[in-house]
Write a protein that binds this ligand. Structure first.
Ligand code: UD1
Ligand code: CA
Length: 468
């Protein structure tokens, strides 16, 4: 762009129809706040500044949004109290908008606009003219209508509530997105009045003023209604969520990821897939998830903030929850079905984690196995450790967490309790059913359980008259 772009995102309104205590623009779509989608989209255009107009629940809205790490611009907030209309909202921002730029106006509740669409709108504006994003809708009700002359020149936008029956029949609507040379916009904003059906200062009245001033007004007409669809109700939010997920699934399919059913995938964050990844139905990905080449994800898995390396297999109903610490699954590892990996689980190459095994803040070196019904918390396992069915690291004494170190090639028999802190020496064996409270030497066998007694010919007690 040969001119600086200053973005204003309108987000002061209440969103009454959501029937929610949460401010509308903070409702989530694909795991991100509605207004965050708008912010991320405009930030990709490298604007000079990004202003968000807040009002209703301003503090909460301001705390919930930011420009991404790659953006040079920081998100700035301008409060609009009370909210007297979209034009009034822009008037609050005007003092912060330098005259040499173009102001790009968007709404915080319209999440699916594409950067390429905004780029085309800015190209049309070219720093010189007012450019409106418009579209034809079979049912234009509720929107502002675009009035044109017989020759097709844009003349004005008239709001639904102010429109005559003839104007209501117009199917070209204003999307709520415009680009305007700031030096003119400032003058037009100063002329707004609120003599209309809603008693509001309409931003859309600037079109009339531009025409009156003899300034060109151009419309960039698109035909993808999703890009300008706003969220006003839970139903619309759910519809846009589906549309968004469809878009994500299509992009994955196009780059070669195999989805058993694109309609049964939910990505609430960023999912990146290497070649030949297969994902079965009803999987949910949250936060940042990276799947390496050839990874297979079984049905009904929930995976958040994790890196799954090449060739690993995650079987059905596995829950991976990386949070801030993250989870990593090494190449060729097998996890699940019904496994649970919690923050800080780090599995090396070829590790096996089986059903009903929970791993938290623990690392397992290459080839280690915990195949059945076990808990590993705050533990470090060396290569090829075999951690038996039903074993538990007792890592928490009620006040502090302690580490369990299990060195390479240790075999822990079934149903052991390892009371941390302790170290099981390399190559040692722990007999089944042991409660281990001290470190064990390398190579030996440790048992910590009552010795078995067998009484030959012992008779069970009997009731009088009971048959033997
Ligand atoms: C607006 C347009 C309409 C367009 C439609 C597209 C005006 C007057 N009308 O109508 O032509 O077809 O968007 O969706 O602009 N907001 C504030 N402060 C206010 C009022 C609103 O920040 O005082 C914010 C809202 O939070 C929302 C956006 O502005 O994000 C649009 O407001 P809304 O009331 O939804 O405008 P519409 O009546 O839909
Ligand atoms: Ca609206």
């Amino acid at each position: 762009m040969s001119f600086p772009v200053d973005v204003v995102i309108l987000a002061a309104g209440k969103g009454t129809r959501m029937k929610s205590a949460r401010p509308k623009v903070l409702h989530r779509l694909g795991g991100r706040a509605l207004a965050q989608h708008v912010i991320d989209c405009v930030c990709s255009l490298q604007p000079r500044s990004v202003l968000l107009i807040t009002g209703h629940e301003a503090a909460q809205v301001e705390a919930g949004l930011r420009c991404g790490e790659h953006s040079a611009a920081q998100l700035q907030f301008v409060r609009q109290q009370p909210q007297l209309g979209t034009g009034h909202a822009l008037q609050q921002a005007a003092p912060l908008l330098p005259d040499d730029g173009v102001t790009l106006v968007l709404s915080g509740d319209v999440p699916l606009t594409q950067p390429s669409t905004l780029r085309a709108l800015l190209d049309l504006c070219a720093g010189q003219q007012l450019a409106l994003l418009t579209l034809e809708l079979p049912d234009p009700s509720g929107y502002g209508r675009v009035l044109r002359t017989a020759q097709g020149a844009v003349q004005a936008i008239v709001e639904q509530k102010d429109a005559s029956p003839a104007q209501l029949a117009i199917s070209e609507i204003y999307s709520g997105i415009m680009a305007a040379p700031t030096r003119w916009l400032r003058r037009w904003l100063a002329r707004l009045e609120n003599q209309n059906a809603q008693g509001e200062y309409y931003l859309t009245d600037v079109v009339r003023f531009a025409v009156a001033d003899g300034q060109p007004v151009l419309a960039h007409r698109i035909d993808d209604a999703l890009q300008v669809a706003g969220v006003n109700s839970p139903l619309q939010l759910a519809e846009l969520e589906r549309a968004y997920q469809k878009r994500v699934a299509q992009a994955l399919l196009e780059q070669g990821t195999r989805l058993v059913d694109p309609a049964r995938l939910d990505v609430r964050g960023v999912l990146s897939c290497g070649p030949d990844v297969e994902i079965d139905v009803n999987c949910i990905f949250e936060g940042r998830v990276r799947l390496g080449a050839g990874v297979r994800i079984g049905p009904h898995c929930v995976i958040s903030d994790a890196v799954i390396e090449d060739g690993a297999v995650i079987q059905a109903f596995t829950h991976i929850q990386g949070e801030a610490a993250g989870v990593s699954v090494g190449p060729g590892a097998q996890v699940g079905p019904f496994a649970r990996l919690r923050p800080g689980a780090q599995l090396g190459a070829q590790v096996h984690i089986g059903n009903f095994v929970e791993v938290k803040n623990s690392s397992l070196a290459a080839g280690a196995k915990a195949n059945h019904l076990a808990y590993l918390g705050d533990a470090t396992l060396g290569e090829r450790v075999n951690y038996g069915a039903g074993c538990i690291t007792a890592n928490y004494d009620g006040a502090h967490k302690h580490r369990t170190v299990i060195e390479a090639d240790v075999h822990v028999g079934s149903n052991c309790v390892l009371v941390a802190p302790l170290t099981l020496g390399a190559g040692s064996t722990v007999g089944a059913g042991s409660t281990i409270t001290q470190s064990t030497p390398t190579g030996g066998l440790s048992l910590a359980r009552a010795r078995q007694a067998s009484v030959p010919g012992w008779q069970r007690p009997r009731k009088p008259g009971q048959a033997s």
